[in-house]
Design a protein around this ligand. Sequence first.
Ligand code: AKB
Length: 311
Amino acid sequence: MSHERILVTGANGQLGTVLTSALRAKHGPSNVVASDIKASSTSSGPFVMLDILNIQRLTEVIDDFRITHIYHLAAILSANGEWNPIKTWNVNLNAWINILELVREKPVKKIFFPSTIGVFGDTTPKSNTPQHTAIDPVTMYGVSKRAGEMINNYYHHKYKVDIRSIRYPGIIGYQSIPSGGTTDYAVEIFHHAIKEKTYTCFLEAGTTLPMIYIHDAIKATLLLMDAPADRISIRTSYNLSGMSFSPSEIAKEIKKFIPEFEINYQPDFRQQIANSWTKSIDDDRARNDWSWLPDYDLAKMTKDMFENLSK
Ligand code: AKB
């Protein structure tokens, strides 16, 4: 039986929903407490309503459930973050610092912080982006996540907190429709293809971005969190790569399943965000340190998406 008592914040989100299920399958449903600012429609284990900025409530939850591990997924993503930058800073960074301060005093052993390819900016090399490189993000999402990465490194070295983190590419999954991100098109496109056989994309045809299938994102998270501490050489956040493609390339792949599918392009403000990000990622450190290897490329992911969405 697992000795881990896990808290997942932002558990109703795109990654949270699937990660909570995976953790429950691994550690037992009662050992994984899901939390979110909004009520949950599913209840396969304990759930608490939690505004991540409410420190008193957070303290109660950690104490009441004797939490030993935290996966802090609550965040405001790149596109939504631009509508309210100060709120984004508070939710993405100040709430994280509150958690780190609490963790120093509590018997919490390990914590997980999701970072993003959104930390990369105009000065970052666009192809095969190295782990250590120029990082000048242009969105408040990227700024707050980059600050979080540096805070991770600080708390690890100063207070020995066992913090682990991944820079996720855009995540694609069939379990939910994401909102507020720049890579959301790559999920929306499947739903529109099935329902309407057409999709109007908010990015230009040739905008290549790093992406990852949800199963690989979960696999990487569990691998990282299970790795022995002496294998973790990056305490800011690990680069992670799944695949890279553009809207026109995914549309071509979708046409193999729905030949009449048509894509149109109407770029909006998210195009500028996407242009500041990189196209492909060098994740050698994740491969060397905790044996990371993705299972899905564009073709395999597209097939799996259609199989699952058609259920
Ligand atoms: C977003 O588009 O904001 C996110 C991300 C890449 O972190 N999906």
